[in-house]
Write a protein that binds this ligand. Structure first.
Ligand code: NFD
Length: 335
């Protein structure tokens, strides 16, 4: 039996069912940001939001979130940028879609609201996500150096809401937004909002992709591909750090440099953007494992991490003992 086998056996016995992940998750649940309060999995917005029409009390939620953002959620925004008038922002937003059919809504209509509300998040802070909604927001929340679109005023106010207009009174359709132009109307808002967010990015930017997503981690149809990547300014963005995460206990579909991630590298080069790519970074793996402590992937990962740590400790102790023996021998020899 070699030393490594012994260390693995020690780690297996030490790692009991009651793990640190579970504690971390309990702590996290106490102070969840808005973007995390709605569910733990990544699923399509249609599954997530069963209501068919505009979110009830849209105006009140909009204005409430707007003041909340400026005075509570992102308190320092009062100091770093001028205070925005939330009623004025609501009017700009409302005028972009109310009293019109969703088929007539345009990106240009939303531009005054976007221009008035969107602010830069700061150098090295921008975090994009695609297929990783939940984990990206936990990551941004826990590593305060990151900000997603949903951490900006415009993204915070409008995230996870549904809205659409109608020609007749009251100008907003609370019954259904499921008409033929639903996607076009969604795109008219989120397209230019994502583009503006990306155009303000500076320094290192990070994108968190899902390497277990059927259809590829980097998809031609995603907002990231169509609106964010093309609007990154190579004069201001020093490097694009691609992080690829994989769902636990399911086969890995893509890794850095493979499949659609190879396409992403090409696209970044076409845009003259430097890039790096990392599979399953440790801090992301911690987040996934804290939510699913019993998963097979996490168990294996914990044993690996523990064995590596134990190996380091054994090596360190060995070197220390050897140095002491050498020192003792030399000392005895001299004196
Ligand atoms: P996707 P993408 N809960 O994952 N962005 O690249 C809720 F509520 O395919 C942000 O197309 O990536 N919604 C928004 C979810 C909209 C969830 C558009 C979930 N668990 C673009 N998972 C936004 N905040 O709504 C997915 N969605 C929705 C910007 C999500 O709202 C971001 O800066 C989106 O409408 C990010 O870098 C749709 O599913 C990138 O574009 C497609 O999400 C994400 O768009």
């Amino acid at each position: 039996m070699n030393i490594n086998t012994i260390l693995v056996a020690v780690c297996v016995s030490l790692l009991s069912a009651e793990t640190t992940w579970a504690h971390m998750d309990k702590y996290r649940l106490q102070k969840m940001p808005l973007s995390l309060a709605y569910g733990k999995n990544d699923f399509s917005v249609n599954d997530f939001c069963p209501e068919k029409g505009t979110t009830q009390n849209l105006k009140e939620i909009f204005i409430g979130r707007c003041w909340d953002y400026q005075f509570v959620y992102n308190r320092q925004s009062c100091r770093t940028s001028e205070l925005k008038n939330c009623t004025e922002l609501w009017e700009l937003f409302h005028d972009a879609f109310a009293y019109q059919s969703p088929c007539n809504v345009t990106s240009e209509g939303y531009q005054p609201f976007i221009d008035k509300s969107m602010q830069a998040v700061g150098i090295n802070k921008t975090l994009f996500w695609s297929g990783t909604f939940h984990v990206a927001h936990v990551h941004a929340f826990e590593n305060r150096q990151y900000s997603t679109l949903e951490d900006t005023l415009s993204g915070y106010i409008t995230q996870m809401m549904t809205w659409c207009g109608q020609e007749g009174d009251p100008g907003i359709n609370y019954e259904t937004c499921d008409g033929e132009c639903r996607n076009k109307a969604t795109e008219a808002y989120w397209g230019p909002t994502s583009a503006k967010f990306a155009s303000l990015a500076e320094g290192k930017v990070t994108v968190l992709l899902n390497g277990s997503r059927a259809g590829g981690a980097f998809r031609n149809t995603s907002f990231f591909t169509r609106y964010e990547l093309p609007n990154l300014n190579p004069e201001k963005v020093t490097v694009v750090n691609v992080l690829v995460t994989h769902s636990l206990d399911v086969p890995v579909i893509e890794k850095c440099g493979v499949g659609s991630l190879k396409e992403l590298e090409k696209k970044l080069e076409e845009h003259k953007l430097k890039h790096t790519c990392h599979d399953d970074p440790e801090d992301i793996q911690h987040i996934l494992c804290s939510a699913n402590p019993g998963s097979r992937t996490c168990e294996a990962w914990k044993i690996l991490a523990c064995t590596a740590e134990a190996n380091r400790t054994v090596t360190f102790t060995g070197v220390l003992v050897l140095s002491m023996i050498t020192f003792y021998t030399i000392y005895n020899f001299i004196f």
